[in-house]
Structures are given as structure tokens and as C-alpha cells.
Design a protein around this ligand. Sequence first.
Ligand code: BG6
Length: 471
Amino acid sequence: MFHKSLKPFPKDFLWGASTSAYQVEGANLEDGKGPSCQDVKKVPEGTSELDVCADQYHRYKEDIALMAEMGFKVYRFSISWSRILPKGTGEVNPKGIEYYNNVIDECLKHDIVPLVTMFHFDMPAALDERGSWSNPESVDWFLNFAKVMFENYGDRVKYWLTINEQNMLTLVGPVIGTLRLPEGCTNVLKETYQQNHHMLVAQAKAMALCHKMLPGAKIGPAPNIALIYPNSNKPEDTIAAQNMNAVRNWLYLDMAVYGKYNNLVWSYLEEHDACPEFHEGDEEALLSGHPDFIGFNYYSTGTVELSDGTEEGGGDQQNSRGLPGMARNVKNPNLMKTEFGWEIDPIGFRNTLREVYSRYRLPIVITENGLGAYDTLTEDGKVHDPYRIKYLQEHIKQMRLAITDGVEMMGYCPWSAIDLISTHEGMKKRYGFIYVDRDEFDLKTLNRYRKDSFFWYKKVIASNGEDLSDL
Ligand code: BG6
């Protein structure tokens, strides 16, 4: 669709960026914090431990001041469950509560809206030992955690996100370091979807609880959504794309919005003897949660062709290897790739926004989008990252086209506000506007430097998205 003129970004559009606790904070066992599954996992070979990260725990004031300097309207960060509840349930850690009070107050001091992710890949290790999301009690554990957050922060936090990338926890949990299976588990797919089911129920109940406890607050999910293209105009490739879209994307949003399983996914699970068991009250609980908006992470699209049943599952968040019997993943020759092999598809961003909005008709906030790259700090303290500026320019242009198409956008939070540790590629894969002076294993000064993209994004925000030009 062509447009004669572009609609502007909404007046109160939330420009900002994102991080997650286990990737940015460090201080992973300090001030009473219990370990999370991320602290006890074996990190991928050649990548840093997660004990220091960007050291935001000790430097949040400096970091938030830098975000304010860029003009951030919103900061999306996550609360570490085991920092405020070291064992996941039971005793609350006052130091943990205090830390997030400080972060929230610091944001508000700078007129930055806190957008809080309740769960970002960091199940308390103590709960992992009790069966993690396989245990039906996990729903109550999460609800209790939600209640503690709402009670302590609900007077100031008006925007909440439930579970970051639940679809990736389900599809590529081992890569992220989150999948715990009960001993002797023989049907991994069934167990994984049982865990997924518990998360879905927990999410629905948390949304309902949020509305009950905090009537003025808004809450939504935050999956990783990537529209899946058919590889050709062969009708059977469209079947494959529909299958993959259902398993990767729509299952999660259909559940969040309508409280019902996507029929294609249910049929796939039936075929594999992997349907989750519903416990008493689950059906009503799933129907009781209603998001106020949709948050989603967007990095790229995917392309698939007809499955012959022999493909392997797995991959990482963006490099799916396909799903046996559902779809075979193929490379898209029309797209460039990042240095880390993820396809780049800005037009796919518009496609995805259009599709999500027309399916669900809820305002959208982009909770992640960005370019992981090797950055270099020059001797005079600069980081020239034109590749990141280009990536963001192209995506913001497409977001504006989507707004002109009629998509209701609330905000844009690229990944990431500041350099942090990647999920499986360590410190070397950087995303931030703010450079952190450390290497994979050498902590150096941990000083902060403004990248070129920092100055560029400042200009974008100051012009409310009108000025995307190079520096
Ligand atoms: C998302 C996650 O999958 O992508 C983040 O929510 C993650 O936690 C980001 O860091 C980028 O992925 P990666 O693997 O490059 O760190």
C-alpha cells in the first residue's frame, strides 16, 4: 500500500530501550539475592559468566541519567525474581525490594516511565529444583511473585509485561539455558508444552490480578514475533507458513488475548501425543486474563517450505531449524544478515506489525528490536556504529509506515539501552546505545561511553521520530 503522506508518531509515543536483569545487573549473589537458573547453568563455551554483566546494580543512577540524556520516555527492565524472593517463594529480601524501588524512583525522577518485565528467562534456582514450570504449583509461585511486585511497586509502575519470549522458552529453551526436565522424562515435547501451559495459566492469572489490584495499570505479554513467509507460491508452502506462524507466533497471542489454544497447534500436539493436561480451573483462568496492549520483540522474519518430516527442531531465537512435520526453515535470499547470522528484514517489521494489529486490535509496544554487532572503542573514547544507526533507521521508517497503515503504536524499546551479555553469545555481541568498557573475560573499567547511535537516537526522540537522518 502506498501513502501520499505519512502519519506522525503519536504525541505521547514511548521512545526508550530495554534490558533484562540477568543480562545487565551483575551482583548476581549480592545483598541476599538467590541464584536463578542463569546463575547455575553452564555458560556457553567462550562466553562470560553472569556475575558482573554491565554492573548496572551498582551503576543504575549513571545509566538512567544517560538514558535521560538521550531523552528516553520509557525504560523497559526486568525484575529478578530471586533478588526479591531468594528462594522463589517465602521470605522477601528487603534489599532486593529496595533496589527496584531505587531504580523506579530514579526513572521517575527523570520523567522516564518504568515498563517492567515480570519474568525474563530467570527462574529462581530453588524453584528449578522443585520442578520449575513442570510443577503445577509454578502457577501459584508466579502469582505470589506478581503480588509482591504489585504491592511494592504498583503505586508507581503503570505498565507491566508478563513473560518475556515465552515462545522462545518453549521452542529453544536449551539455547537460552532455561529448560529443566524432570528426571526420566520420555516425552520431551509433551513436557515442554505442559510447562508452556503452566506459563500461559500463570500469565492469565497475573493479568487478572493486576487489573484487580492496580485498576489504573496496564499489562500485556511480550513474545518474540516474527512473521513467517512461504518460500514460494506453491500452496503447500503456504500451509507450512501457516503452521509455523501458529506454533511460533499465534499460539502465544491467541492465548493472551482470547484464552484459547490455536487449533493448528492443538492438532500438532495431538499428533505428537503432546497435549498439555488442563488442571481444574485452568480453562476459566485462561479466559480471565485480558491484556491492555501487546508487547512483542521483533528481530526478523522467517521463511519456510513444505515439511517432509525429517527436519530437526531447535536453533536459536531467530534461526529456527524448522519443526518436524510442520515446516522446513529456509534462508531468504532477499535479506542481508547480521555479523551473527540473523536475517535483517525491516519491511518484515511492517508486515509483522500489520498482521498482529489486524488479528488482535490492541495497541502495540515494541519491547525489543536491534542489531547485535562487534563494536570497537577508539582511543579517543568513541564508538562508531553506523551499521546500528542504519538498522534502526530502516526499522523506524517501517514502523511509521505501519502507523500510516492504521496500526496503533504505543512505543518502541529497542534492545538494548546499554551493552549487556547476550543470551548465548556473551559480551562480544553488543546491542547498546551505551558502550560498556569490558571484554568477555576482562572486566576493565566498566566505564560507560556514548556510541554514535546514542547521539543519533537522541535526535530521533527529540523530533518524535521525524528526523531519522544520519548524524
Ligand atoms: C531476545 C531476548 O531473544 O533477544 C534477549 O529477549 C536477548 O534476552 C535478545 O538478549 C538478543 O538475543 P541474543 O541471543 O543476541 O542475546
